[in-house]
Design a protein around this ligand. Structure first.
Ligand SMILES: *[C@@H]1O[C@H](CO)[C@@H](O)[C@H](O)[C@H]1NC(C)=O
Ligand SMILES: *[C@@H]1O[C@H](CO)[C@@H](O)[C@H](O)[C@H]1NC(C)=O
Ligand SMILES: [Zn+2]
Length: 475
């Protein structure tokens, strides 16, 4: 990413609680995204020009805004937020944001050439600047080269997003674009053919697949699937090969130099179709500070395994679809959904249609004494899409207790933010409870890792695809 301006001229940043009326003002053309600032609270970031800024000087819709200066030259804006996790986990956690500031040099030592950027020299007196702060979030100004490695030093329950280098358009999902989902939801009932297909997912195969991805099987040699590691490349090539065996065409799509690519696999519709359905997960992972091991068995080896299970079943059954279907394993999710943002924006710019995105991120963890669950997004998602998934779950995986979660924001958000319908499937109707979240111990062979739940949620993701896309089996 290249800095916007080469001159060291300061721009004004305006940050205000997310509010739709703001987008009817001149601010709409200087929007840089809305980010989580607290539980179900979002702050919108704008970089207005002086004329626009002056029009808000006295009161008006931006009265609650915070204003600060930012000089873009070779720096990026990075939003850092505390995730929604069970208090029992955070209380046990000794890391704090103080350590984060102390560890900054670690990024440079670990990933010397991230994002194709010249590494930070270490001589700057202000490597990190805090521009805005809430109890649960920070907006930082970071040297460009380090911005891509922020996740390596973040406390475990915090995550970061690099803001785009130019303004983005705020596009709510148009009502008429949700019509296909409403139609399927309105007519939804048990389909024995769909049931026989989703029940063909092989649980033993899922165990093998996740063990390959985590390196637990001793065959893949994967130590980490962090976005800059050789293990992520091994995983990308392997995922591509497995999904291609099922009849899809796959592409390794590089979105930023130095990052592992998105694995984008497509089954062409057998009838004319001007839209597509995306079923996705992310294959990159995050480990513990200072450790090179990042097995990502749950986050998001589980969602990636769901994709593979769906692909393998499509192949075994010889399924063909009546809508274009894409199975995508995204890269760069842990650095702020970089792979999915790039792809969603590309499709939007090209005027492509998407009927639905169903992202799977963390499907397998089951807390002690809790039932098998399916968690759906409380805020970020198209309500009809979320309802469709809930109702499909009741039909094909009735063993799952369906509920809502404030834990949020996986790759479906990148599509939702540019006006495409999308939702997410998650492991719990509540905050994140997995003690191995963003930890080097996130293996599949451990207490709480439930293949039964992973299998149940996979069936739901698959059945949603089948009901939405329409399909045929060989005669
Ligand atoms: C899936 O279906 C195939 C035949 O279509 C069958 O051979 C295989 O045993 C089935 N697997 C499972 C797990 O049901
Ligand atoms: C979804 O399921 C709920 C619970 O069974 C039901 O009340 C509702 O009517 C269903 N929605 C649609 C649109 O079918
Ligand atoms: Zn994840």
């Amino acid at each position: 990413m290249t800095p916007l301006a080469s001159a060291a001229s300061a721009a004004l940043l305006l940050i205000a609680p997310f509010d739709k009326p703001l987008f009817t003002t001149c601010l709409s053309s200087s929007f840089y995204g809305s980010y989580r600032a607290g539980l179900n609270t979002y702050h919108s970031v704008f970089m207005p020009d002086a004329t626009c800024f002056d029009s808000f000087a006295v009161g008006g819709p931006a009265a609650e805004a915070h204003v600060m200066e930012f000089t873009r030259t070779e720096r990026e804006l990075v939003w850092v937020e505390k995730e929604v996790v069970e208090a029992s986990l955070t209380n046990a956690e000794k890391e704090s944001m103080d350590d984060f500031f102390k560890h900054f040099g670690y990024i440079h030592a670990t990933v010397p050439n991230v994002g194709g950027q010249q590494a930070f020299s270490g001589s700057s007196p202000h490597p990190l600047e805090v521009l805005h702060q809430t109890p649960d979030a920070l907006l930082l100004s970071v040297p460009s080269a380090e911005a891509y490695g922020i996740d390596l030093i973040l406390p475990r329950f915090w995550k970061s997003t690099i803001l785009p280098s130019s303004p983005v358009e705020y596009i709510p999902v148009p009502f008429e674009d949700v019509e296909p989902i409403r139609n399927v939801l309105g007519k939804l009932r048990f389909d024995p053919v769909v049931a026989s297909i989703v029940n063909n997912i092989s649980l033993p195969q899922m165990k093998d697949d996740v063990r390959f991805l985590t390196g637990e099987d001793g065959k893949s040699g994967i130590v980490s699937r962090h976005s800059f590691t050789p293990g992520a490349i091994v995983a990308a090539n392997w995922i591509k090969a497995r999904i291609e065996e099922s009849g899809a065409k796959c592409e390794l799509w590089t979105f930023i130099t130095g990052f592992t690519p998105n694995v984008i696999c497509r089954y062409e519709s057998t009838v004319p179709s001007d839209t597509r359905i995306i079923v996705s997960g992310h294959y990159d992972s995050r480990g513990s500070f200072g450790s090179t091991r990042a097995p990502g068995g749950d986050d998001d080896g589980s969602g990636t395994t769901s994709l593979l299970a769906i692909a393998r079943t499509i192949g075994r059954k010889g399924l063909k679809f009546h809508t274009n279907v894409e199975l995508i394993a995204f890269g760069g999710e842990e650095q702020g959904r970089l792979g999915s943002i790039a792809y969603a924006r590309k499709l939007k710019v090209e005027g492509e249609k998407i009927a639905l995105v169903v992202q799977a991120d963390m499907l397998a963890y089951r807390a002690p004494d809790e039932p098998l669950q399916l968690g759906l997004p409380e805020t970020i998602g198209t309500p009809e899409a979320t309802q469709l998934v809930a109702n499909i779950s009741a039909i094909y995986s009735p063993e799952l207790i369906v509920g809502y979660s404030a834990a949020c924001c996986s790759d479906h958000q990148s599509f939702y933010d540019v006006g495409y319908p999308g939702t997410q499937v998650f492991e719990r109707a509540g905050p994140i409870a997995d003690p191995m979240y963003h930890n080097s111990g996130d293996l599949s062979d451990r207490e709480g890792y439930s293949f039964e739940q992973l299998y149940g949620i996979s069936k739901v993701q698959f059945a949603t695809l089948l009901h939405m896309a329409g399909f045929e089996l060989p005669k």
